[in-house]
Design a protein around this ligand. Structure first.
Ligand code: G6P
Length: 467
């Protein structure tokens, strides 16, 4: 296995593969995802690999090559999954970085596991990288990895991209291990964020909490022997494989399925649609509250309108997610019970992951897309909806608190905390004349089709140097 020959090593919490075990025999398949689609061409051209967790406890195997992509596993025990993944990553950092929508929990044993698991990832990446290679580390689960790699392998170039928001100093300051996280990230040569606001928050945290100076968008980091490194910290808004999403929506089978979905829902005048991971950051409860009030006030009426909410299962061992599920399902039950009939349910709720063709058909069938996140690094659903609307129709209601709102200015932008404003915006979407839909969608499509995930990846790697 030519593990020491790799010029580009991607490090992310999850490997882009599905591993299953039958009769003690492991089998592997590719799991689809935007990040892997974007990085695959450059990984295969330049001899690269992906370091990550296979997604289940105690899965250890030799690096595997699937469809030309080499995956190097980092095995995690059940205890490490509890403390590093469910604990520090998803019950400390995730809520802290998303505006403390739910209170973050600070536990020293979770932090110790985070540090130990970050060391495992850094060691695996440092072993795999060729002399002078590039290592690209992703997301909040691995913020200590850049400095650890730099320590082990000062010859490699290290990039870091944060897929979620970076919080303002007033919130980040709560973290007992704030300085360690900042210095962990500053081991990188380039740090990318979704929005300019996130990069600005990071630079102020560095000034105020780590006592370093910034010059423009760079941070001056002290190195060995009185030397300095300038680390550029700036925005690289991520995107989707826009052409592939649009091509899927053009398939006759997908278009036929979209018509079938409309018919199955009773051919209502207007279909409202939401699709999210079942996460408290997504504002699902706010969206349901607005819909329920509009029905109660008679400003929307079943069967003229129907709502579909897909909530894909997520992090269901973390207690805040269990509470959220109970709350959402109580509200869904009340809406269904109060406003539906046997022939026309007021809401269709699926706690299931849908495949890509079904998603494309749902996007095409949806007249009004509801993206009401309370905080979201980017929100790729908004971009997928736009890329899927090859017919130029549809209205997008988009929360101001998403990264996507910086780019998708022609959406119906909304503050999801303002329930009256949200209700008015939903009604605007429902009543939007076809001509206005086309005008807005054309501008939205121009942006999404021109700025795809391949451009994002090559922009980041070019800024990191040598690519
Ligand atoms: C967000 C994070 C990713 C994460 C994904 C799914 O998009 O930025 O790093 O992989 O959620 O969450 P999960 O916990 O299932 O990996």
């Amino acid at each position: 296995m030519p593990q020491t020959q790799l010029d580009l090593v991607v490090v992310a919490n999850r490997l882009p593969i599905d591993v299953s075990c039958e009769g003690g025999q492991l089998s592997y398949g590719r799991s689809p995802g935007g990040l892997v689609t974007a990085l695959e061409p450059v990984l295969s051209q330049r001899g690269g690999a992906w370091v990550g967790w296979p997604g289940a406890p105690d899965l250890a195997f030799d690096p595997v090559e699937i469809d030309g992509l080499l995956s190097i596993p980092v095995s995690l025990s059940q205890l490490e999954i509890c403390n590093y993944y469910e604990g520090f990553s998803n019950a400390t950092l995730w809520p802290l970085y998303h505006d403390v929508i739910t209170p973050p929990k600070y536990h020293r044993e979770w932090h110790e596991a985070y540090r130990a698991v970050n060391t495992k990832f850094a060691t695996a990446a440092a072993e795999a990288a060729a002399p002078g290679a590039t290592v690209w580390v992703h997301d909040y689960q691995l913020q200590l990895v850049p400095a650890m790699i730099k320590q082990l392998r000062p010859d490699v170039r290290v990039g870091f991209f944060n897929h979620i928001p970076f919080p303002p100093e007033a919130l980040f300051a709560q973290l007992p291990w704030r300085r360690e996280i900042l210095m962990g990230l500053l081991g990188a040569d380039l740090i990318g964020f979704q929005r300019a606001q996130d990069a600005g928050n990071f630079r102020s945290c560095v000034r105020r909490l780590a006592g370093l100076t910034t010059r423009g968008r760079s941070v001056r980091v002290p190195g060995a022997g009185g030397t300095w490194r300038d680390v550029l910290c700036t925005a690289f808004p991520i995107s989707i494989d826009s052409a592939a999403v649009a091509a899927r929506a053009r398939q006759p089978s997908v278009q036929a399925r979209a018509r079938e979905i409309r018919a199955e829902l009773g051919n209502p005048d207007c279909i409202l649609f939401g699709v999210d991971r079942l996460d408290y950051t997504k504002g699902i409860a706010h969206r349901l509250k607005a819909y329920e009030e509009l029905l109660r006030e008679g400003r929307l009426k079943v069967p003229g309108v129907a709502m579909v909410q897909v909530a894909s299962p997520s992090r269901d061992n973390v207690s805040a997610y269990q509470t959220l599920r109970d709350d959402v399902e109580t509200t869904v039950g009340r809406i269904a019970g109060d406003f539906g009939s046997l022939s026309s349910p007021a809401i269709h709720y699926l706690h299931q992951t849908q495949d890509a063709d079904e998603m494309a058909a749902l996007y095409l069938a949806a007249d009004v897309m509801l993206v009401t996140a309370l905080r979201d690094g980017m929100n790729l659903v908004a971009k997928e909806y736009v890329a899927s609307r090859v017919d130029g129709a549809g209205a997008l209601v988009l929360s101001e608190f998403t990264g996507a709102a910086d780019e998708l200015r022609q959406a119906l932008l909304v503050n999801p905390h303002d329930i009256d404003g949200l209700k008015a915006t939903i009604l605007r979407g429902v009543a939007m004349p076809p001509k206005e839909q086309r005008r807005r969608m054309q501008a939205l499509r121009r942006r999404v089709m021109d700025h795809d995930v391949a451009a994002w990846a090559s922009g980041f790697l070019a800024a990191l140097g040598g690519w």
